[in-house]
Write a protein of this length. Sequence first.
Length: 199
Amino acid sequence: MTEHTAKDDRVLEYLNGSMDDNAVAAFEDEIASNPELAAEVAALRAAVASFKEADLDAAKRTEAGWARLEREIEPQQSTPQVANDNRPLRIGLAQAAGLAVAAVALWQFLAVPQFAGSDGDGFIPVSAQSDASVLQVMFQADADMADVIAALSAVDGVIIDGPSAIGLFRIGFADADSRDAALAALAANSSVVQEVMPE
């Protein structure tokens, strides 16, 4: 054991109180006569005090953290949350009416203009007289709106009425020749058109 290690051990024994009384008295005399040893003892005493204070602060922080966590958990335990609420969604009459109005408005402003023919006339009111030849068309129930629009645009057809109670649309054309050409084209498009017939 080196002299430095022996001195360090004695400092630690002195600071932690494991040195007997006779050795303490002799060591304190040595500290008084050796400034280097006195400085080392003072430095280690300060370090030990600092560690103890840090441990105490850490313990206080841990205790405070647990206390805060318990305070946060306690209200949640007093009002249990339902894990799976299977109650049906209920809406009031006014909300249902509002949804219906919104759906009609969206249809009029977003879908209706897409049905317009190349001349830009679009829909013709039911009360208006139409000089165009007409086909009655029932589209497939699973047909996409984009496919329906594409099918009507390809034959220059314009929706003038519908759907009826059974799902028929009235499609107008500029003349009988256009209507006849469209009849053949729509009849061949079975992925979009379920049934097509002259009026």
